[in-house]
Ligand binder design. Sequence first.
Ligand code: NDP
Length: 313
Amino acid sequence: MSLERIKTLIIGSGPAGYTAAIYASRADLKPVVYTGMEPGGQLTTTTEVDNFPGYPDGVDGPTMMVELQKQAERFGTDVRIGMVTEVKLNSELGGIHKVKVDNGKEIEADTIIISTGATAKYLGIPSEERLKGGGVSACAVCDGFFYKGQDVAIVGGGDTAAEEATYLSNICSKVTMVVRKGQMRASKAMQHRVNSRKNIDVKYFSEIQEVLGDNVVEGVRIINNQTSKTEDIKVTGFFVAIGHKPNTDIFKGQLEMDDAGYIITDGKTTQTNYPGVFASGDVQDKEYRQAVTAAGTGCMAALDAERYLASIE
Ligand code: NDP
């Protein structure tokens, strides 16, 4: 299969990837986007998006992603369905980076923008899988509003779970937080926030045995891992906040990453430790993880790529 030489390759098609594509194509970098396994990214698995500026009546996730794609294509972005499977980055200034795509195609690129995102971890129990979209969610900020005035449960004991439990406690009547150990992993400040909320009930040493309900969530069955006692708690929403896995496996051994595998970028920029290689969106952000922040860093990555190309010309 033929070898292709391009200026800018964008890997990933969430808000970060498409925003990078809009900026890069308007700057005449003629970007090629490889969508990855889940074209449109994590937002295609959510329903209503009510917090992206510019949509006063909200928009559903898949529609928003189709619109972002169209916007990128309007300026000439070449969007291709496919997975980048192999990457050989060049550490020299102005060096050519090489990638392989799953159809065997090889591409050489002056710049690469990595926007491969992160994947929310789930517990992996069948009832949770069955009720995804029926009251099981991995994003309280996205879906919490649907449970206004209702009782919900959240599993996890890290900063995300603590932050999301606090967020939910502002909206919902009662939040049951299920923590598998005798203490939370979250920072003391976050724990303090959780403990100061009267409507958050923390169940320590507890695990989710089953999410209850046929088509929609009606409750959760928890088990105390010290006493083996089970308890059914009536809830209409169940939130999973046990961490995310950044999609960075193909870059391991080349790009600098933190212990959890998130790509490290330089200061306020999207620059990775390889010249001409930039990272945007959730793949380099474990704290904010919002569509709008991902889009913002996508814009930054395209501007960084444009400036880099100008500097080596
Ligand atoms: P973490 O990996 O820090 O925490 C995951 C939590 O989920 C832990 O309490 C863990 O329990 C629990 N857990 C994992 N698997 C299971 C399971 N199968 N069943 C039940 N519980 C499980 O992930 P976070 O997403 O919370 O945070 C990721 C990173 O982002 C951290 O570095 C965090 O500090 C940072 N962050 C910072 C924020 C901020 O500063 N505002 C906000 C959000 C995140 P256990 O403790 O028993 O292992």
